[in-house]
Ligand binder design. Structure first.
Ligand code: FES
Length: 98
């Protein structure tokens, strides 16, 4: 199974952090646990899913969107939850045909 190269940027600004962003920082650990039964190691994940933190990315003041925010390959996601991000990465990063 192949993992698509993906950039995940998690906002670690105050608003995002206190509204659930702290949970998002557990993403690698949760992915490793979730994907281990499929033979995917943490090292494989870290080699393909590039996760970084970022100071406020400026969206917490916009109406209509609520923290916590992150971007996945540049696509903004608001009200992000760890489970939602895991499901998204499940659907978008794993090439089931290999
Ligand atoms: S604190 Fe996350 S967008 Fe501002």
């Amino acid at each position: 199974m192949r993992i698509k190269e993906t950039d995940v940027r998690i906002c670690t600004g105050t608003a995002c952090f206190v509204m659930g962003g702290a949970d998002l920082l557990l993403l690698v650990e949760e992915l490793a646990e979730r994907w281990e039964p499929r033979g995917i190691t943490r090292e494989m994940i870290e080699g393909c899913i590039h996760i970084s933190g970022s100071p406020c990315i400026g969206h917490c003041r916009e109406s209509g969107l609520r923290p916590p925010f992150l971007t996945i390959d540049g696509q903004l996601i608001g009200e992000a939850t760890l489970e939602g991000v895991l499901a998204y990465l499940d659907a978008s990063c794993l090439d089931q045909t290999v």
